[in-house]
Design a protein around this ligand. Structure first.
Ligand code: ZN
Length: 129
């Protein structure tokens, strides 16, 4: 098992970042197995889907529509309950098969970090096994 750390900077409160290139760089060149991409934060998510600009905009609209910005108990603490709830719906990690050092993603699949409380610097563990 090897673990690499990548850092991703985000620019807006709700944002989708395609982190596939950083994950490719972090895995072993000739490895076979799996790689797990794990975000160490409570207001981000990791998912896999098509990295097409209009779709990513649609996804941000869907997240905003699903989870209200206001009216949450946790807002009395630090005013970001919507970010935590969106993050919990998404989950913190994905696992991808690796063959000969290549991510075995489908043609239209990319690894996406979903920022729910940016802008911030985010740290992800890239664990190859
Ligand atoms: Zn909070």
């Amino acid at each position: 098992m090897t673990t690499e750390t990548i850092t991703v900077s985000t620019d807006t409160r709700l944002e989708v970042v395609d982190i596939t290139p950083q994950v490719k760089q972090a895995i072993q060149e000739d490895g076979d197995g799996t790689v797990t991409i794990f975000s160490q934060h409570t207001t981000t998510g990791v998912t896999i889907n098509e990295s097409e600009g209009r779709l990513l905009g649609d996804f941000q609209t869907a997240l905003s529509d699903l989870v209200s910005d206001t009216g949450w108990e946790h807002d009395q603490i630090d005013d970001n309950a919507d970010s935590h709830v969106r993050s919990m719906l998404l989950g913190p990690s994905e696992t991808v098969p690796v063959s000969d050092g290549d991510l075995q993603l489908g043609t239209w699949q990319s690894i996406l970090l979903i920022e729910c409380d940016g802008p911030r610097s985010r740290t992800l563990q890239i664990v190859s096994e």
